[in-house]
Ligand binder design. Structure first.
Ligand SMILES: [Zn+2]
Length: 302
């Protein structure tokens, strides 16, 4: 596989990754989205678009402008329905007639423990209207003229998150589940750390994947190492939380105790992350909440 990995993605320009794979960067950079959302074009004649991106006319024009006279968009695949990944699917489907493939709505795959939780905000935003034409389940394969993409259900960042494996190329499109630039946001009620860890292990157990193409940032050329790193990072954070739980504490107290080296502006995000750990630890019966699990509950070690 001749791979050229570019590190200088520019909105509106097409990055040629290898024969049959191109990347387009959406013009939506932010602290949550890094340089912007990566949209991938898979195939050489009938194309799959993975993650059309935010509802942006310039990005829509760039996707359509990347096609030559022999090419058409036959499939639209969505890793998950955060507002920076899925909203453009609808317009693209209307123009091209392609069907939209995904796991389900923004609430499909959400764990029962998340149901009573308030929306904490501060995330990437949910695409509330997202509903795929075709619901994919774990292991389903979507086939085009010279490509096949297998859906891997990877809840954690969001309940409806899918990765797509292009086994013939030993490539996995990892959406927001595994990225190189950040450790992925796991923010309840969309984010569920227990699922996230299981989904990392699921990728760890796949053998032979050579490269990951994430939803934001550069390709990951050492995927197994990155997955190990992410698992270790979360285990380290868990150990810190358990240490700090020598006395019962709320997520807010814990955040202040643990994230001492972090700018206060980042504390709300850190607090959602701590809550994600506390929910996971509660489900594993290592920790308990005084009353219902909530962002203001006091948690103690069992
Ligand atoms: Zn996301």
């Amino acid at each position: 596989m001749a791979t050229r990995v570019t590190n200088n993605a520019i909105p509106g320009e097409t990055d040629y990754l290898f024969q049959g794979l191109r990347r387009l960067l959406a013009p939506n950079p932010s602290p949550m989205t890094y340089r912007g959302t990566n949209t991938y074009l898979v195939g050489t004649r009938d194309l799959a678009v993975i993650d059309p991106g935010p509802p942006d006319q310039a990005h829509l024009d760039a996707i359509l402008g990347a096609l030559n006279a022999e090419q058409r968009i036959s499939h639209i695949l969505v890793t998950h329905s955060h507002a920076d990944h899925s909203p453009l699917a609808m317009a693209l489907a209307q123009i091209t007639g392609a069907r939209v493939y995904g796991f389900g709505s923004s609430y499909t795959g959400r764990a029962a423990v998340m149901e009573g939780l308030p929306d904490l905000g501060g995330g990437e935003g949910r695409d509330e209207t997202f509903l795929p034409d075709e619901m994919l389940r774990d292991g389903d394969v979507v086939r085009g003229s010279n490509w096949a993409l297998e859906a891997i259900h990877t809840p954690g960042h969001m309940g409806n998150h899918l990765c797509f494996a292009w086994d013939a190329k030993r490539v996995v499109f990892t959406g927001d589940h595994v990225m190189g630039w950040a450790t992925s946001m796991v923010s309840p009620p969309d984010g569920h750390l227990t699922d996230f860890m299981a989904s990392l292990t699921k990728l760890q157990n796949r053998k032979g994947d050579k490269i990951y193409y994430p939803g934001h940032g550069d390709a990951i050329e050492t995927p197994a190492e990155r997955v190990d790193e992410l698992l270790q990072h979360r285990r380290m954070r868990e150990a810190q939380i358990l240490d700090a739980l020598s006395t019962p504490r709320t997520p807010q107290d814990l955040t202040r105790a643990i994230y001492t080296d972090v700018d206060e502006a980042l504390w709300p995000a850190a607090e959602r992350n701590v809550l994600a750990h506390l929910i996971d630890l509660t489900l594993r019966k290592i920790v308990r909440a005084d009353g219902e699990i909530s962002p203001t509950a006091r948690f103690a070690k069992n």
